[in-house]
Design a protein around this ligand. Structure first.
Ligand SMILES: C[S@@+](CC[C@H](N)C(=O)[O-])C[C@H]1O[C@@H](n2cnc3c(N)ncnc32)[C@H](O)[C@@H]1O
Length: 252
């Protein structure tokens, strides 16, 4: 059984970390997100109004906590962005705001999350900078970033992300994290969809004819390129699954 603990939720969005941490018995002491709509939603979800721009927050104004959670912005690392990484003078440097707060409070644990591409960005240099910064600050971090996706545990969403688990060196070592990809349970979107009859105000959530057409077109495209892995975005940057004889690719 996990003992009660406290956490902070940096770059909180609408509260993915909050949901998981409070389900495990955690109490949130502080949250921050620059986006006003996220803050409003977070408050409605969890009764805490997050602070705004973290770059403007003095670490001393954040309460001491056991776990620092941060799903920091991924634009600078993601395949969908320009991939500037730390050279991105705004979003790429937000990792160092995490470091500033971590070094001030020295919580027992930190759990950071980012896009899968962070692991290989800039030929691994980005990961090396992150790893070294955390190690130098006195945290044990696994040598390789952990890649995990909800569908690995039967949740019907393919969303591979890098998770960086950190434990303060005086607390102990990180357990080995091993996931056997052969053990991925089958799952289907039908497992989580509600019946129409169970949805109040159904019309507000229904797709328009035009939106259904977009999805049909997208599905047709995916079938056409005969990708045997789930298409991430943007698939064309990965050479369209390299299907040599695909007429849709040649004509596209
Ligand atoms: C990848 S999302 C995190 C999503 C979150 N884990 C969730 O469950 O919704 C990154 C978040 O960082 C926020 N953000 C970007 N720059 C920020 C800044 N300077 N200060 C605080 N939040 C910021 C964005 O508004 C966005 O919601």
């Amino acid at each position: 059984m996990i003992k009660p603990f406290t956490f902070i939720d940096l770059f909180c969005g609408i509260g993915g970390f909050h949901q998981a941490m409070s389900d495990l018995g955690g109490t949130c002491l502080y949250a921050s997100d620059i986006d006003a709509d996220c803050r409003k939603t977070y408050e409605r979800n969890y009764g805490i109004m997050p602070d705004g721009d973290i770059t403007k927050v003095d670490a001393a104004d954040i309460p001491a906590h056991d776990v620092l959670c941060a799903g920091f912005p991924c634009q600078a690392f993601s395949k969908a962005g320009k991939r500037l990484g730390f050279a991105d003078s705004t979003k790429g440097t937000l990792f160092f705001d995490i470091m500033r707060i971590l070094e001030h409070h020295r919580p027992k644990y930190a759990l950071l999350e980012n896009v899968r591409n962070l692991a290989s960005h800039d030929k691994g240099n980005t990961w090396n900078v992150i790893h070294e910064s955390l190690e130098t600050a006195g945290y044990n971090v696994l040598d390789e970033p952990v890649i995990f996706s909800p569908h690995y545990i039967g949740v019907p969403q393919h969303r591979e992300r890098v998770f960086i688990m950190c434990v303060r060196k005086d607390i102990g070592e990180l357990p080995n994290f091993y996931f056997n990809p052969e053990n991925i349970p089958g799952c289907s979107i039908d497992d989580i969809l509600l019946d129409d009859a169970e949805i109040p105000d159904l019309k507000a959530y229904q797709l328009s004819g035009e939106q259904i057409e977009w999805i049909d077109n997208w599905n047709e495209f995916i079938r056409g390129i005969r990708c045997d892995r789930l298409p991430g975005f943007p698939i064309w940057s990965d050479s369209l699954c390299a299907v040599e004889d695909n007429p849709m690719i040649r004509s596209g």
